[in-house]
Ligand binder design. Structure first.
Ligand SMILES: *Cc1c(COP(=O)(O)O)cnc(C)c1O
Length: 381
């Protein structure tokens, strides 16, 4: 274990505390923030929000991008605009950050959990297909859960740690059951499946710019879609449903104030300007980890899946069992190297313990084995 500690210290050239993923601001962040302050456009009006949306659409290849206050809100609204309503069900994976499941509930639905693949950590098309096959029936073109009697309106696969899941197969299965796919690509800005950016396969995708993500706006999120109507609707209901008028306040439904501020967007624009550099930097770090762990048979490094290009947001390693994992977590954290286990499965949290699940063999297998190791962008000098 000391060897791993030494390797990480050498990698980050540091004898101090090494965080899991610290943000790095090496571009125009301060300049654009100053512009915001000097112009007094710090809140919801200002050029950076539009610019950030345009840069994101162009970078991901989505036709439309709508900036919002955070990734959780982005996912909630993405589900709402695709038709998820109170009383519906949404299928997702149990191995994810809690925001995925929370957003499903915020949108009025209940989550159902199907298994993941061991190599991608993302939703398993086999488990999804089996679950739908066993448990659903059609009524007037809508897929109903036979056990609960509720309509299943969306499927939310997650590209965990930036590793793309088998998204084309998931989209195909969803189409067969007339269910919309909303991709939780919060962790996968800069990740591609078969050359196409993650988040652009389903009806809608979302991104997060939380402080620990690949790029950050302090806090922020983005809804991406090719569907113009959905994009317009997302913009409308995240901005208090105000009907355009030169001076009157007319609002045509109960909506949300989920806007991203110009200040946050200013940081986002500056970060997007450096995206290629950031991704290259992260990839180099991942390659070093991979080479290092390939020499150690005790621990496996989780590589980008086939047909994929991962952003390597958080590097992850796989232990043989829980005891080895726990020993590693203790050893590293006690020595100032931040490492973290993968999340507890959602269906084990008290809020979701009654949720319906498929067999979760792989998710359970991974839950006690995966650990994230420091993955910050290194400042090159
Ligand atoms: C970060 C994250 C989110 C939520 O994003 P916030 O901006 O923190 O609200 C959603 N899903 C996943 C998988 C995430 O990692």
């Amino acid at each position: 274990m000391q060897e791993i500690v030494d390797f990480i210290r050498q990698l980050y050239n540091s004898s101090e505390f090494i965080p899991l993923h610290a943000p790095v601001f090496m571009g125009n962040e301060k300049k654009y923030l100053n512009e915001c302050i000097d112009s007094t456009f710090v809140s919801y009006v200002g050029k950076f929000v539009t610019q950030f949306e345009e840069m994101t659409a162009s970078y991901t290849g989505a036709k439309h991008a709508v900036a919002v206050v955070n990734g959780t809100a982005a996912l909630q609204i993405a589900l709402t605009v695709t038709g998820v309503e109170k009383g519906d069900e949404v299928i997702t994976q149990p191995l994810t950050f809690v925001a995925t499941a929370n957003a499903i509930v915020h949108a009025g639905a209940q989550p159902v959990f199907v298994d993941v693949d061991r190599d991608t950590l993302g939703m398993s098309p086999e488990s999804l297909s089996d679950f739908l096959n066993k448990n659903t029936s059609f009524n007037k073109g809508v897929c109903f859960n036979k056990i609960t009697g509720k309509p299943i309106k969306a499927i939310v696969p997650v590209h965990i740690f930036g590793h793309p899941c088998r998204i084309t197969e998931i989209v195909e299965i969803a189409r067969k059951y007339n269910i919309k796919v909303v991709e939780d690509s919060a962790e996968s800005l800069g990740s591609y499946y078969q050359g196409q950016h993650t988040g652009t396969f389903g009806e809608v995708g979302i991104l997060s710019y939380n402080g620990n993500k690949t790029i950050t706006t302090g806090g922020g999120g983005m809804i991406i879609t090719d569907n113009e109507d959905l994009a317009k609707r997302a913009k409308h209901i995240t901005t208090t449903a105000k009907v355009p008028h030169p001076w009157e306040y007319v609002h045509d439904e109960i909506a949300y104030n989920y806007r991203l501020t110009n200040l946050n967007a200013a940081v986002g624009v500056a970060q997007m300007e450096q995206i290629e550099e950031i991704l290259e930097n992260k990839r180099k770090t991942a390659q070093k980890y991979q080479t290092f762990f390939e020499m150690k048979n005790a621990v496996d490094f989780i590589k980008e899946p086939i047909n994929s290009h991962s952003n390597y947001w958080l590097n992850a390693i796989l232990f043989n069992n829980r005891n080895e994992r726990d020993a590693f977590l203790k050893y590293t954290n006690e020595r100032g190297i931040m490492t973290r286990p993968i999340w507890q499965l959602m269906n084990k949290l008290k809020m979701f313990k009654n949720a319906q699940t498929d067999d979760l063999i792989n998710a359970e297998w991974l839950e006690h084995r995966v650990v994230n190791v420091p993955s910050s962008i290194k400042i090159l000098n």
